[in-house]
Design a binder for this molecule. Structure first.
Ligand code: MIC
Ligand code: SF4
Length: 642
């Protein structure tokens, strides 16, 4: 049978279940990555599993998110991560070495392997023909310990590319077009596999922009074949031996196919406040802008920085506008410094940041009140920039640089001919920013600062659960709404009691207080509840405050798994009219939960305030049911290991 690329790799890694869409499969994980904002929890959980050493081919711990050291917290967490990595056989990428996805692409990703990362943009490495997926820290901890990763067997959507990108049109415009077509929930349950003649014309880093931002579709992951361009990139990285050709079999089929003619694409831009709110740049050209930011794991490759420099060369950033530029890794930083590109960017009046997530996660550079900010990033959710009333647009580095010069949103095609860039065939390689783990048997001391608090655990689910529906929410609620990030909150990621004070802070600043008064509570959500990041804190912190269950119209994949992992029951409405009927503050109760979980996929919810009952359903595998019954994945895994 002719297999598509996704099935080829999944088949090679399948350890449980069969490739039947929607049923649960377990796959072997070859590589893992963590970043610091989710990593502390992941390694605390790995420690709790009581294993000796990681069992993957390679596991890397990156520090790139919590980089501002305004107090001891982030620095303490970095020390913990470094020492715990050394102990358990994990490589440690030091702060300053770069953004996890960019560095992983440069130095570690390999065609045909699986990668699981505690960050939703882990699919970036799908550009190297990997099945690379985001997950909660606990799932990554289990995978580090050699356990399978479980997921609903995805549908495979083929994006058939023809033609060739025209001047000034970039990889970012391809993924913005896919987002325009599929929307932020269109990828849920799907792998997006790119194929067709058009693939050949896309460089590896253009592909990585596309696979990176596939996360915004809610997709399980995105993948490109491994071809001559993949080889060229790996040769430039001194990693030719990691290359092998890999693509779908001739005649392979897909569950659905989307056609994109690259010839016809033009520069696109996502308007506030959603990555799928996409229009042609020319439609909003002329809009006054106060800030432009170029960088993030989506667009901070050598090409992105070199084209930025070429556009800015000899010109000045618009006087009333701030431009920030972030090289994605130490490799990119060094190369733009030696090529002279960095000097051009500095001379233009840009502010140069260290290689890290920075403004993308609100770690500094929050825009001024009411400002419009155009960014080469991947998310523009309300408030994520750190300024609640800012308006963030997402576009290519080319569009960003043009906008920075003009002070208004500008189609880069208005700048004249596109500069021609010749990137060197060999990149600068220096892996000293990645510390190797201690030898097997060595046990360096694990350094735990006062910021690191014990991990709260839930006990086995009881027969009666419920509480006030403290919030009734609409569609596409993000994990940034549930558990905000930013410079103030991120340093508390290792301290659940402290971070829980900020749960739903963006929606209701008194939420934590109301939750504590209620004791136990529930949440009502719309479609695609929990989209966005992989942060398990969006499940863990509400659990700590007493959340019992969520009833939504539908869930985003990673968040749903995180809820189960922390013993919170995710349910959907059987009749959508029941969503309309519930009012915020109604008390909802379920009895005989354990029996209902074992018996089927439905249960009856009592609305004690309004005095009626309604049906809710849960879509859980038998394994997930056992996890819930045990009170979460950690209890379940420990019990299974006994
Ligand atoms: C994000 O882009 O939202 C983050 C910050 O990288 C998150 C991870 C986190 O919250 O730590 C993600 O994408 O998973
Ligand atoms: Fe970092 Fe932003 Fe990428 Fe998340 S999306 S990993 S915050 S650069």
């Amino acid at each position: 049978m002719a297999d598509n690329l996704t099935h080829k790799i999944l088949k090679e890694h399948l350890v449980d279940g069969e490739l039947k869409v929607g049923t649960e499969i377990g796959i072997r994980i070859d590589q893992t990555l963590t970043q610091d904002a989710t990593g502390t929890m992941a390694y605390l959980q790995f420690e709790a599993l009581g294993l000796d050493r990681v069992k993957t081919q390679i596991s890397v711990s990156y520090v790139d998110h919590n980089m501002l050291q305004a107090g001891f917290e982030n620095a303490d967490d970095h020390r913990y991560l470094q020492s715990v990595a050394a102990n358990y056989g994990v490589f440690f990428s030091k702060p300053g070495n770069g953004i996890c996805h960019q560095v992983h692409l440069e130095r570690f990703g390999k065609p045909g392997l699986t990668l699981l990362g505690s960050d939703s943009h882990t699919p970036t490495n799908g550009a190297l023909a990997m099945i690379a997926m985001g997950a909660g820290g606990l799932d990554v901890a289990v995978a580090m310990g050699g356990g399978a990763f479980y997921l609903p067997c995805p549908r495979v959507v083929g994006v058939h590319l023809t033609g060739k990108l025209q001047p000034w049109v970039s990889g970012k415009d391809v993924i913005l077009e896919v987002l325009r077509i599929l929307t932020v929930k269109g990828g849920v349950g799907n792998v997006i596999e790119y194929h067709g003649e058009g693939v050949k014309s896309l460089t590896l880093t253009q592909r990585s922009t596309i696979t990176n931002m596939g996360a915004e579709l809610g997709a399980t992951c995105s993948i490109f074949p491994s071809d001559e361009n993949t080889k060229e990139y790996l040769v430039a990285q001194g990693r030719e031996k990691d290359w092998k050709p890999l693509s779908a079999d001739p005649g392979a089929t897909y569950d659905k196919v989307i056609e994109i003619d690259l010839n016809k694409l033009e520069p696109l831009i996502a308007q506030p406040h959603s990555p799928d709110n996409v229009v042609p740049v020319r439609q909003v050209a002329g809009t006054k802008v106060q800030q432009v930011c170029i960088g993030s794991c989506t667009n901070s490759s050598l090409y992105d920085l070199e084209i930025t420099a070429a556009i800015l060369d000899g010109k000045q950033v618009f006087p009333e506008l701030d431009l920030t530029v972030t090289p994605g890794s130490k490799q990119v930083y060094t190369m733009v410094a030696t090529s002279g590109a960095l000097a051009k960017v500095i001379q233009s009046g840009a502010r140069i940041l260290e290689s890290a997530c920075g403004p993308c996660i609100g770690m500094g550079q929050a825009p001024s009140s009411g400002a419009k900010s155009v960014r080469s990033f991947n998310r523009n959710f309300e408030g994520r920039s750190g300024t609640k009333d800012s308006y963030v647009y997402l576009a290519s580095p080319e569009t960003c640089a043009a906008t920075a010069l003009k002070g208004v949103i500008t189609d880069p095609r208005d700048l004249g001919p596109q500069p021609k860039l010749d990137l060197p065939p060999k990149f600068y390689i220096d892996d000293r920013g990645v510390l190797a783990p201690a030898k097997n048997g060595d046990r360096p001391e694990i350094l735990r600062g006062p910021n690191i608090k014990a991990l709260p655990l839930r006990t086995a689910i009881t027969d009666k659960i419920g509480g006030k529906a403290l919030l009734k929410l609409g569609d596409n609620i993000t994990t940034d709404h549930i558990m905000p990030a930013g410079a103030k909150v991120l340093p508390l990621r290792s301290n659940i009691p402290a971070i829980s004070e900020f749960v739903f802070f963006q929606v209701d600043k008194d939420f934590a207080k109301r939750a504590k008064e209620a004791g136990t509570f529930t949440i009502i959500g719309g479609e695609n509840y929990g989209q966005g990041s992989s942060r398990e804190h969006a499940a863990l912190a509400p659990m700590y405050l007493g959340m019992q269950f969520v009833i939504a119209k539908s869930f985003a994949r990673i968040h749903k798994t995180n809820l189960v992992n922390f013993g919170i029951l995710p349910m959907t409405f059987v009749n959508s009219a029941d969503y309309d009927k519930i009012k915020q503050e109604d008390v909802l109760e379920i009895t005989d939960v354990r029996k209902a979980l074992k018996a089927g996929n439905r249960l009856t919810v009592k609305n004690a305030t309004q005095g009626y009952t309604f049906e809710a359903q849960f879509d859980l595998s038998p394994r997930q049911t056992d996890i819930l019954l045990a009170g979460g994945q950690l209890n379940y895994t420990k019990a299974a290991a006994k």
